[in-house]
Design a binder for this molecule. Structure first.
Ligand code: ADQ
Length: 475
């Protein structure tokens, strides 16, 4: 439960939790629908909170008017940090997504380090900090999110902000040897140490951060190591470092999956499968998600276990993402080719091995696929958490789904008891896991899925939010 509810929460993230768009001749501001928004919205409403971020729209939009309308309708406020096209290019696409994103996901080969982009990253982080100082009240709790805004805390300290500063990293934190490759490593670690509370997804990320900080900066001292957090001393200040695995609204997925429209959509899907099993993959288009390796593992399973032929299909849903970035365009081409090749090699008139769907699905259709798929194949090469794995289990209301999960997803820490864990680089063993899931008896499926659902029900997104804000309150 939240205490000290009179303290306002001030959330800072790269994007505001809204979509601003022109419909016919009218501008609309629509609340976003991601997990973070769903989790934070009730608390923000209750405390009349403030969310600061980039609005993501072009400069023509009557922003002031739209933000006021949002505050009236939603009970909490938004403040925008406008960015020019060049800033978006260098701070967001350049430094955040071409340097930090691949580095933090252990994929050094995708990294491009540019001094100019780094400078714009710092400028934009400074601008975010300025907007925070313009709006913050004396007893606000300030909570900064994710890799695009690491430098905000540092800037707020320079501006002498007295409020407690919290930070949560949604993506993994790499091991010290990998982090050292970043040309601006010391400065980035110092920026992180400017916060009072640092939250990571897993114990491993937290350990990587503490080991990196102590190995790079001799002034960092580990005062104590507790189960829930480590306490560091740096330049006369105390920094607490914890892990807070993010989650989903379990009840919302569970209830949604039981609804009549989802049940009907699921029934319709199954009718068309004529007794075959459906294995599901759901991801944003991203090279960290291991989708080509997944296709190859499925191909290997079809080779190795011919009884799978005509009896199982892989449905891979891919949400378009970062569509203008060449690495992402190349990935899309690779997937098109792989799916085409495997379907041509094994397909039969009445059966497609892979259904590859490249678009965002509406909620009913997504839940229907979660509910009805006998297997979920979720094999990122590296992932901060992976909410899809949790959404699948929460929607598996018949308790008959099998989760095959990469050991390199943050979610594997919590879900290892019920899932079949695989190394996504190991095509042979992943193929074996597909077969093991396919032949798994219903009793075993039920036992495993109950474990998974209980874990996610107990540690849902509200638990995540409460544990982070409680720790920040006590800073
Ligand atoms: P993401 O990398 O975006 O998030 P993930 O956690 O799996 O990864 O969330 C993806 C979301 O997109 C899910 O909520 C899913 O339902 C939705 N989605 C995916 N495909 C879809 C489709 N075809 N149609 C509709 N919806 C679709 C980052 C980190 C993760 C971390 C989260 C939260 O990379 O590791 O779990 O932040 O911290």
């Amino acid at each position: 439960m939240l205490q000290e509810q009179q303290r306002r929460l001030l959330v800072v993230s790269n994007r505001l939790p809204v979509v601003i768009e022109r419909q016919a001749d009218k501008w609309q501001i629509i609340p976003g629908s991601g997990g973070l928004v769903t989790a934070l919205a009730p608390v923000m409403r209750q405390q009349k909170g403030l969310w600061i971020g980039w609005p993501g729209c072009d400069e023509e939009a009557p922003l002031g008017q739209l933000l006021d309308r949002f505050a009236q309708d939603n009970g909490y406020s938004l403040a925008a940090v406008p960015l020019s096209a060049d800033e978006v290019e260098r701070y967001y696409r350049g430094f955040s997504n071409e340097a930090l994103w691949p580095l933090f996901h252990d994929l050094l080969g995708f990294c491009r380090f540019s001094y100019d982009n780094w400078q714009v990253y710092l400028d934009v982080n400074r601008r975010f900090a300025q907007v925070v100082t313009e709006h913050a009240k004396a007893d606000d709790l300030i909570w900064v999110h994710d890799y695009q805004l690491i430098g905000v805390g540092d800037q707020l300290r320079a501006l002498k902000m007295p409020q407690p500063l919290g930070y949560f990293l949604h993506i993994p934190f790499p091991a010290p040897d990998l982090f050292r490759r970043l040309p601006w490593k010391d400065q980035l670690i110092r920026s992180l140490l400017a916060y009072d509370l640092l939250g990571f997804q897993t114990q491993r990320d937290r350990r990587n951060f503490v080991n990196t900080a102590t190995s790079l900066l001799s002034e960092v001292e580990v005062v104590s190591r507790k189960r829930h957090y480590d306490v560091l001393q740096f330049e006369g200040r105390t920094v607490r470092v914890g892990h807070f695995p993010i989650s989903i609204d379990f009840d919302e997925f569970d209830n949604g999956a039981r609804s009549k429209e989802v049940e009907d959509a699921a029934w319709y899907l199954h009718e068309n499968l004529r007794g075959r099993q459906l294995m599901l993959g759901v991801d944003r288009l991203d090279y960290t998600k291991g989708i080509p390796e997944r296709f190859l593992a499925f191909e290997r399973a079809l080779e190795k276990y011919p009884e799978l032929i005509t009896n199982i299909s892989l449905m891979q849903l891919v949400v378009p993402s970062r569509t203008l970035v060449p690495d992402y365009q190349n990935l899309k081409e690779t997937l098109d080719q792989l799916a085409g090749r495997i379907n041509a090699r094994f397909g039969q008139p009445e059966w497609n091995p892979i259904y590859y769907v490249y678009r965002t699905l509406g909620r009913t259709q997504l839940l229907a696929r979660y509910r009805t798929s006998e297997i979920a194949l979720i094999t990122p090469l590296r992932d901060g958490m992976n909410l899809v794995a949790k959404e699948y289990c929460a929607s598996s209301v018949e308790n008959n789904g099998v989760l095959i999960l990469s050991e390199f997803a943050g979610a594997a820490d919590q879900l290892r008891k019920g899932a079949l864990l695989v190394n996504p680089y190991d095509i042979e063993s992943t193929a074996d896991a597909i077969y093991q899931a396919y032949v798994m008896e219903s009793g075993e499926r039920l036992r495993r899925m109950k474990l998974l659902r209980n874990e996610i029900r107990r540690h849902d997104v509200h638990h995540w939010l409460d544990s982070f804000t409680q720790s920040l309150y006590s800073s």
